[in-house]
Design a protein around this ligand. Structure first.
Ligand SMILES: Cc1cc2nc3c(=O)[nH]c(=O)nc-3n(C[C@H](O)[C@H](O)[C@H](O)COP(=O)(O)O)c2cc1C
Length: 340
């Protein structure tokens, strides 16, 4: 059952070593320090407009959960956190809700707790093969009054998952149809194995409004699925557990497309602190995004712990901005990093 699987995913993320050994590549990225910033710290502004709403900080809480009973309080807490701090977030895959309306409440709680901020729907690319019917599309959006739909691409996860899909033909066509029919923007994300420049090009050419590269360096979905096998012989090989493109490589390939196409670029996969968020923006992303650490912090120290962590990230990020001589986010794209 999908709902049992979703519960397993959350539990495994909280209890098992499911992170990639390969890194984001961000250790190769150095900041171009400004010894003459000529700025006052109080003027450092991290706000931005994202999907037509004003947000306080370029951190998106990535799609994670919903679709089983215990997911309701988790989505409620993420929503409350995001509403308080004016951050954007996505609910987890809504497939379970389309198959069983009983699960709708675990998603709709998000909008109840976050009436104003940006919330994105979530559905798998594989579910779009052959086209998503209009009733389902509207349900995805209306259940949370979504500001956008995030489509996740996860062929690696599906191939490792015992019950996973094996046919990936027709996903791009399904995305194209969704883009033409949806009343809200359609964004596409990976789940940790990364989106290359070539894939990003095919996506923007069918009109997607945004791409979250979700590269290697954080949660490995191959590992999460692999932990679900009890029989050693069924487990996947090491090279697939580490499969994918680093978040740095993805950004380097995808960001240059912004010179020719207008789309939102998001960076996730192994974003763990203010340094990573700042590097993401300097590498051309409009928004950084994070999944597993949010879940872990909520589990260990609740909403208050997450609030405190976020305040630290924001303070560190603003200090970094000052040391780069940038008082606004758009100034971070101006050659503020170099690679070693
Ligand atoms: C417990 C958990 C559940 C997730 N469920 C979904 C999902 O339903 N839909 C989706 O698009 N991504 C899902 N993801 C993937 C994340 O959105 C993200 O792309 C990935 O974990 C990489 O980010 P991280 O390294 O910060 O964890 C999930 C991640 C976690 C940790």
């Amino acid at each position: 059952m999908i709902s049992d699987r979703k519960r397993d995913h959350v539990n495994l993320t909280l209890t098992q070593p499911v992170e990639y050994l390969n890194t984001t590549g961000f250790d190769r990225v150095m900041f171009r320090h400004s010894a003459l910033p000529e700025l006052d710290f109080k003027d450092i502004d991290t706000s931005l407009t994202f999907l037509n709403k004003r947000l306080s900080f370029p951190l998106f809480i990535s799609s994670m959960t919903g679709g089983y009973k215990d997911a309701t309080p988790v989505n409620a807490m993420i929503a409350e956190f995001c509403e308080t701090h004016q951050l954007a977030f996505g609910v987890g895959s809504q497939r379970a809700m389309l198959e069983n309306p009983e699960h709708l409440a675990s998603f709709s709680i998000a909008r109840k707790k976050a009436p104003k901020t940006v919330i994105c729907s979530n559905i798998g690319g594989v579910q779009l093969i052959g086209g998503l019917d209009k009733k389902s599309m509207n349900l995805l959006i209306d259940s949370i009054e979504a500001d956008a739909i995030l489509v996740h691409l996860n062929p690696l996860q599906e191939l490792i998952q015992k019950e996973g899909d094996r046919n990936f033909q027709g996903v791009l066509e399904g995305i194209k149809k969704l883009v033409s029919e949806a009343p809200v923007p359609v964004l596409v994300k990976e789940t940790g194995a990364g989106i290359s420049g070539e894939v990003a090009l095919r996506l923007v050419e069918v009109g997607v409004h945004g791409i979250d590269v979700a590269g290697v360096g954080g949660t490995s979905w191959a590992k999460v699925e692999d932990f679900r096998y009890e029989n050693e012989k069924e487990k996947g090989p090491d090279f697939l557990m580490e499969w994918g493109m680093s978040t740095l490589q993805c950004l380097q390939e995808v960001a240059p497309l912004k010179e020719r196409y207008s789309f939102i670029l998001m960076a996730s996969g192994g974003i763990r602190n203010a340094e990573h968020m700042l590097k993401s923006i300097c590498l051309g992303a409009d928004m950084s995004a994070m999944a597993a650490p949010i879940l872990k912090t909520l589990h260990q120290s609740g909403l208050q712990g997450l609030d405190e962590e976020f305040s630290r990230w924001k303070d560190h990020f603003r200090k970094g901005m000052l040391l780069l001589g940038a008082s606004r986010l758009d100034q971070l794209a101006e050659k503020k990093v170099y690679l070693v």
